[in-house]
Design a protein around this ligand. Structure first.
Ligand SMILES: Nc1ncnc2c1ncn2[C@@H]1O[C@H](COP(=O)(O)OP(=O)(O)O)[C@@H](O)[C@H]1O
Ligand SMILES: [Mg+2]
Length: 247
């Protein structure tokens, strides 16, 4: 089981007059097969938190531990854009991040391409695919290394609404089937409520303003009244912290 422990986390960028406090006094415990969303307005430290959790950034102060059954956890990352290598085929983009090129590894990559409904596109180049398909390849690539914890930073924010909706449903299925721990950053409250069992609301200055459970069954229908109530709860938190200008 994956476990994430964050203690008294602080992150500053720059010095003197240019100093920015991106995160302040963040404490967090996450464990097991959960889908946790981090929501908040632009600039409130969401990406910084994800980058520290995934090891891309180091904290100024505080402690972060991410383990899987007591050992260091394997991590995966999906970015806002797919960041594929344009000169490699779809299958080669997945193979590029693997430890070996064995038949078993190829079969695993094919399995995750099938899961994102791109099983027949392995020989295509990224430039031949739509934006939504490219993001699917990025998601398949992240799952294909079978990480214990998957970090996703606004992965659907560049897609049109219909495509984003389809990809959310696919991601939800993949999360259920693979039983990974997913930490998902978004500025879209509806998206967070549709996908997560827990929502961390961040406020300006990088403080965690609320930690909400969303104990509704999956799959969730956007039109479901209980989903609307959960959404209203998150917006109430934003209102109480004076941050309703969520874009
Ligand atoms: N590498 C960096 N250098 C300087 N300031 C940064 C850097 N990364 C982020 N920041 C600042 O830290 C704050 C939080 O940024 P970020 O984590 O990207 O917010 P979010 O993802 O919620 O939009 C912002 O004020 C941003 O300008
Ligand atoms: Mg960000």
């Amino acid at each position: 089981m994956a476990e994430i422990k964050v203690r008294d986390l602080r992150k500053e960028f720059g010095v003197g007059d240019d100093k920015v406090v991106a995160l302040e006094g963040v404490n967090l415990d996450i464990s097991g097969h959960v889908f946790v969303s981090i929501v908040g307005a632009s600039g409130c430290g969401k990406s910084t938190l994800l980058n520290i959790l995934s090891g891309i950034e180091t904290p100024t102060h505080g402690d972060v531990q991410i383990s899987q059954d007591g050992k260091p956890a394997a991590k995966g990352y999906v970015f806002q854009s797919a960041r594929l290598l344009p000169w490699r085929t779809v299958m080669d983009n997945l193979l590029f991040v693997q430890k070996d090129r064995s038949e078993e590894t190829r079969a695993r990559c094919q399995h995750y391409l099938d899961m994102v409904q791109l099983g027949d596109k392995g020989k295509k180049y990224p430039g031949e695919l739509s934006g939504g398909m490219q993001q699917r390849v990025g998601i398949a690539r992240a799952f294909s290394t079978e990480p214990d914890v998957l970090f996703m930073d606004e992965p659907f924010s560049h897609l049109d609404a219909i495509t984003a909706r389809t990809l959310r449903a696919e991601l939800q299925n993949m999360w259920q089937e693979t039983r990974k721990t997913i930490i998902f950053v978004t500025h879209d409250v509806g998206e967070a409520v549709e996908l997560s069992n827990r929502i961390l609301v961040f406020a300006k200055g990088g403080r965690m303003a609320d930690d909400l459970a969303v104990p509704l069954p999956f799959p969730r229908e956007v039109a479901d009244p209980e989903v609307a109530v959960a959404k209203a709860n998150v917006f109430r938190t934003f209102e109480s912290i004076g941050a309703l200008a969520v874009s």
